[in-house]
Design a protein around this ligand. Structure first.
Ligand SMILES: C[S@@+](CC[C@H](N)C(=O)[O-])C[C@H]1O[C@@H](n2cnc3c(N)ncnc32)[C@H](O)[C@@H]1O
Length: 216
């Protein structure tokens, strides 16, 4: 049985947070995340569908999986405005409603911070990817600075409660590697909207190759 994901308060606030972040630079991050993507794509935890308009024309189809009902309704609306075909499906990262080895690209953006079972989600991403496929990721992560990391640890319980389960302290690049993906490219940066750092500033954007069948 797949557990429901319901964060009504967060789902109301997130579109506003996202609009603020996009007005201050995250649009560029979304473009960087999706540059060169082609073929059949699964987007995991698509939220409001903020990525949809940035998919290149070479994309044949996006299957956008989103468990939260209010966010999914917004994603369905965004799908109608996208330049490439987008199908929004209910479901969770830990059990994707997608066939084995059927997609060229799996996209996660600002979502591995929130998913309860990160390893399970990455195993699922590996399951649905073709052997030649790739994982594209854009995530906020734990700080490499010891002092900033201690602040993230202190704030994490409150942040999780207000942020729909979002963690500040995850080492997501490491989690991707530990799940058997080969990280091919990664850019670390601090995202500082309006020049101001915040606890979720440390970020990564990158590409990883799925584990070979024997290594899964
Ligand atoms: C911060 S939002 C990011 C949304 C979107 N990916 C973006 O880039 O704006 C986190 C998203 O993760 C989704 N989520 C939470 N738990 C999930 C799970 N187990 N499987 C899939 N998505 C999940 C939430 O519903 C929400 O849409």
């Amino acid at each position: 049985m797949v557990k429901a994901v319901s964060h009504p308060l967060f789902a109301r606030v997130y579109p506003k947070i996202n609009a603020y972040m996009e007005a201050h630079g995250s649009i560029e991050h979304r473009r960087e995340l999706l540059a060169g993507v082609r073929g059949r794509v699964v987007e995991i935890g698509a939220g409001t569908g903020a990525n949809f308009r940035h998919y290149p024309a070479e994309v044949e189809q996006v299957i956008a999986v989103e468990p939260e009902p209010r966010l999914r309704a917004l994603a369905e609306r965004a799908a109608g405005d996208a330049a490439v075909p987008v199908e929004v499906r209910p479901g969770r990262a830990e059990r994707l409603p997608v066939e084995d080895g059927s997609v060229d690209v799996a996209v996660v953006s600002l979502v591995l911070c929130t998913i309860e079972d990160v390893r399970g989600a990455l195993t699922e991403a590996a399951r649905v990817l073709r052997p030649t496929g790739e994982l594209r990721f854009y995530e906020h992560v734990r700080s490499q600075n010891a002092r900033a990391f201690r602040w993230q640890q202190l704030l994490n319980p409150l942040w999780r409660r207000l942020g729909g389960g979002c963690h500040l302290t995850r080492d997501t690049e490491r989690a991707i590697a530990e799940a058997g993906f080969a990280v091919e490219k990664v850019r670390h940066f601090d995202f500082r909207p309006e020049g101001r750092p915040n606890p979720a500033s440390p970020s990564i954007i990158g590409i990883a190759r799925p584990p070979t069948a024997g290594a899964r």
